[in-house]
Design a protein around this ligand. Structure first.
Ligand code: GSH
Length: 207
């Protein structure tokens, strides 16, 4: 049987979180690095949405990063990113992820591309992003991770977006009033898992 194929883009936060889950779950896949300006026909034939990541496994197509994560964790969750939690805790994680994906990401895009959104200043967009950072900071002041002392699905799903936020104005982020968020982010950036999934290889097997 052929390996699953993951259409991915190295720096995309959605693709990063999907690759991290697949790798941590020890699921071997062929990663196809795509150009977002010239998406491969084969990927568009599988998913007309035209977004990465897209996972093809046997004849099934999974074209939402969160679904890829959940699929990987259902197969194998060696570090209990999901399986040890109650339904209520899982719902809290999903709600935090939704807040990230729907609300925070929209402000982040405006903060990042403030020159294309001239109705308001970049600082205004950053302040709106900070509402979410404040929620994370409050949690991370008492836990080392978002759900508990251990890494969970919520951390993996959210940190690639905070990474993107931090990179917009690194100097601001390095001095901002969210030290626990900074510490938490750095712990992921320094992790072997993150370094592994960010390795620059055009066509790779992750395993
Ligand atoms: N909801 C999707 C969003 C994925 C997404 O928007 N990915 C971006 C890259 S970061 C993309 O492919 N954008 C299409 C483009 O830039 O043409 C998911 O979670 O997988």
């Amino acid at each position: 049987m052929s390996l699953p194929v993951l259409y991915s883009f190295r720096r995309c936060p959605y693709a990063i979180r999907a690759r991290m889950a697949l790798f941590n779950s020890d699921i071997e896949v062929n990663v196809h690095e795509v150009s977002l300006k010239n998406k491969p026909r084969a990927m568009l034939d599988l998913s007309s949405k035209g977004t990465v990541p897209v996972l093809l496994v046997d004849d099934n197509v999974i074209d939402e990063s969160l679904d890829i994560i959940l699929w990987a964790l259902a197969k194998n969750d060696p570090d209990n990113w999901c399986s040890q939690y109650s339904e209520t805790e899982k719902q809290y994680a999903m709600q935090l992820i939704r807040q990230n994906d729907e609300e925070f990401k929209a402000w982040l895009d405006k903060y990042k591309y403030a020159d294309r959104h001239t109705e308001f200043s970049q600082e205004y967009y950053r302040q709106n992003c900070e509402n979410f950072l404040q929620i994370l900071e409050t949690t991370l002041q008492s836990n080392t991770h978002l759900m508990s002392e251990n890494i969970t699905l919520a951390d993996i799903a959210i940190f690639p977006f905070i990474r993107q936020f931090a990179m917009v104005d690194k100097n601001w982020f390095d001095h901002c009033i969210y030290p626990a968020v900074r510490y938490w982010l750095n712990s992921f950036l320094d992790s072997a898992l993150f370094i592994r999934v960010m390795a620059k290889t055009a066509e790779t097997k992750i395993h």
